[in-house]
Design a protein around this ligand. Structure first.
Ligand SMILES: [Zn+2]
Length: 77
């Protein structure tokens, strides 16, 4: 994905991407609270830089729509 390239830390283009990661596990923290419904766990994409190890996470499009409708998420001003 062009928008993920290059790494914002070290400018490397040696990156790995993994789509469709569940943002909430059974015992782990909820990384995107408000993004889930009882039938659907919020999804995200991870991008890892193979040079410096910097990790970025991106919420999926439908998760973003759910977060926008959730009042606990405040717009940063
Ligand atoms: Zn990097």
């Amino acid at each position: 994905m062009a928008r993920h390239n290059p790494c914002p830390e070290c400018r490397s283009t040696d990156l790995l991407v993994h789509d469709n990661i569940a943002a909430r596990g059974t015992y782990g923290p909820d990384l995107l609270p408000g993004g889930s419904k009882w039938y659907a766990v919020p999804r995200m994409t991870a991008v890892v830089c193979r040079d410096c190890g910097h990790i970025r996470h991106f919420a999926s499009k439908d998760t973003l729509e759910k977060l926008s409708a959730d009042r606990n998420w405040k717009k940063v001003r």
